[in-house]
Design a protein around this ligand. Structure first.
Ligand code: M6R
Length: 624
């Protein structure tokens, strides 16, 4: 959702801001704009649609070459995605420009108040009130009275306005009368600082400035940051100096580029062997003893855990479903799985011995964040599994296991999912180690199997042509179904979600055993059904799914069967066979998901869709 960039330094701010917006495109947006302070007035341009539309009007606006500016990609919440509602929003005299991510919940009250004192609103957004409030505040706060450390009144004005706002907001502001400073504010929505040499940056995430610096600062809740070319000053909303955490980003600009692939998604699918290997790296000793550095919960606390609830949204929720099978099997601790958006509204039973595990690639998903806050209020311990260093979710958790998938740019999660599943296994095994429910050599054997997975994924990538051919054959399908049992069930759900979000065709995933309880009515002549067959080691499951395949085939389904090497029992009932490497049952999602990702990506491409930025979707969903 909304991408924000702010810059002060020695380069052309317009170039830096437009470059940053391009790197934030993956977050999802439907309009874009920039603002630059110049000779006492704001010069700005904004346009509905993609950045190419904004590029198209930049020349006619002849924006100046100056050393500071702000920019925004907007994912519409209040007001349609048109030119008028695009950010930045300006005050009536074009002195300040504001960009915003989040929702200002009391905007209607503020808007009434402003309109009754003579302000005229030009848009339907909640953001515009901030520009007007700021202008009033700046008129009341002469620059000379400002905080000496910052040498400007803009931070004072921003703090005063923030104290009046309710809801979630990241704001970034430029003032034409104080062009040497750009000010940001953060409550509940993401904002990070990039520290350069003679230049500083603000961004929704580090991708905004990774081209120029890998030194970043995490901002906390309710903080205001003022950047100049050589200084960064962070305070709380009352102006008291605030503590921040500096960190070095462990990936570089090449990781955020397509590297010769047509789509980021294709590149990210191809990076999965590495993502799995990197997430395992350094987390166990030669003797097979697991060590999780960021596990800030003591062994005693973990031994006392008597219930686990795993919470997430979307694809991360399917990783949570896989986690349940593994964690319960290895630890014998009851494990529930819950959609983050449902969790806090059902009055869940939590106490000090409940471990809440949240899974989020972005670390910014608002539903998940609110679930964490609720869980902590109820005294539960919260451990997050996250791919984004410095993001809000790990910061607000008691412990974290970072996945090391690298930046995931495509909206559809792929390597992020596989790395999450690996992190869930690591957590399950770590708990088993601490609680003594598995012997060290058993844990070591599972780790050894995990270490073989990257090679298995690579083989699937190398054999992907048959999946591409299949996508071409099925490109006209109106509906595609996915079946699985045990951990194959979340794989089926994930396969269906990928197809829905990328190809915009009807797709559903089912637990194969549920078929006869209703969904089998959907089977008609020629409908494609993917079936994830459990490894032969689980012979009971395997037999059952063979029956399920026979049932649907008898009713005309076109069966596409994902089955491990050497298992020929299902072949007589399969119209198409996709071979999977032999792996233990619990680990099968790490290989079975891959052909389904490739299938959805290929089919969407054939339909002419934007694979990396599907319609209506945002990468980080920062509103509830
Ligand atoms: O960043 P998160 O993992 O918290 O995101 C959760 C979902 O929004 C995300 O997985 C979404 O479902 C993806 N677009 C799926 O590909």
């Amino acid at each position: 959702m909304c991408g924000i960039v702010g810059y002060v330094g020695h380069r052309s701010a317009l170039d830096v801001v437009m470059g940053g917006l391009r790197r934030l495109e993956y977050r999802g947006y439907d309009s874009a704009g920039v603002a630059l302070p110049h000779e006492g007035r704001i010069a700005s341009a904004k346009k509905a649609g993609k950045l190419v539309n904004l590029d198209g009007i930049l020349a006619e606006h002849s924006l100046p070459t100056v050393g500071s500016g702000i920019g925004h990609t907007r994912w519409a919440t209040h007001g349609a995605p048109n030119d008028r509602n695009a950010h930045p929003h300006l005050d009536a005299g074009s002195r300040v420009a504001v960009v915003h991510n989040g929702i200002i919940e009391n905007f209607a009250t503020l808007r009434d108040e402003l309109e009754s004192s003579g302000h005229e609103m030009l848009s339907e957004t909640d953001t515009e009130v901030v520009a007007h409030l700021l202008r009033d505040e700046l008129d009341r706060t002469p620059v000379a009275s400002s905080d000496e450390a910052e040498g400007t009144a803009l931070p004072d004005a921003v703090r005063a306005v923030c104290r009046r706002l309710e809801g979630a907001f990241t704001l970034v502001i430029t003032d034409a009368e104080q062009p040497d400073v750009v000010v940001g504010a953060r409550r509940n929505s993401p904002l990070v600082v990039g520290r350069g040499d003679g230049e500083n940056f603000l961004g929704s995430d580090v991708a905004a400035f990774i081209e120029y610096t890998r030194d970043a600062i995490e901002l906390g809740q309710d903080q205001v940051v003022a950047i100049t070319s050589d200084d960064v000053v962070v305070t709380d909303f009352d102006g008291r100096p605030a503590e921040t955490t500096e960190y070095h980003v462990d990936w570089d600009v090449s990781a955020a580029e397509k590297g010769g692939f047509d789509w980021f998604m294709l590149k990210e699918i191809a990076e999965q062997p590495q993502a799995v290997a990197d997430t395992l790296l350094g987390r166990h000793s030669a003797a097979g003893l697991l060590q999780l550095d960021e596990m800030r919960l003591s062994d005693d606390e973990l031994r006392n855990v008597d219930k686990i609830i795993v919470i997430a949204c979307g694809t991360s929720f399917y990783a949570a479903m896989v986690a349940k099978y593994a964690i319960e099997h290895w630890t014998r601790v009851p494990c529930e799985v819950e959609l983050a958006s449902e969790f806090r509204y059902r009055d869940p039973i939590l106490d000090r011995s409940t471990l809440v595990v949240t899974i989020s690639q972005s670390g910014e998903t608002m539903d998940t964040l609110q679930a964490i806050r609720y869980a902590r209020q109820q005294r539960a311990r919260v451990l997050s599994i996250c791919n984004t260093n410095g993001s809000t979710i790990p910061r607000e958790s008691d412990a974290v296991i970072y996945t090391h998938a690298g930046p995931e740019i495509a909206v559809a999660s792929t390597k992020g999912f596989l790395a999450q599943v690996v992190a869930c296994y690591l957590l399950g095994l770590y708990l088993a180690q601490v609680k003594g429910t598995k012997y060290g050599d058993e844990i070591g054997a599972i780790i050894a199997e995990l270490e073989r997975i990257p090679a298995g994924i690579q083989r699937l990538l190398d054999d992907a042509d048959q999946v591409r051919t299949l996508a071409a054959e099925l490109v006209d399908s109106r509906s595609i179904l996915f079946l699985g049992r045990h951990v194959g069930f979340p794989v089926a759900l994930e396969g269906a979600l990928k197809l829905k979000e990328l190809a915009y065709i009807h797709a559903e995933g089912f637990a194969a055993g549920e078929l006869k309880h209703g969904p089998i009515a959907l089977i008609e002549e020629g409908v494609p059904v993917f079936v994830v067959v459990p490894p032969r080691a689980r012979d009971q499951l395997q037999e059952k799914i063979v029956s399920n395949i026979q049932e649907i085939r008898a009713r005309g389904a076109r069966t596409i069967v994902l089955v491990e090497d050497g298992d020929d029992d299902v072949v007589p009932y399969a119209d198409h066979v996709i071979r999977l490497p032999e792996v233990p049952t619990l680990l099968q999602p790490l290989v079975a998901t891959v052909p389904l990702q490739i299938f959805a990506c290929e089919l969407a491409g054939l339909l002419g869709h934007d694979v990396d930025q599907p319609r209506n979707l945002a990468k980080s969903v920062t509103v509830e």
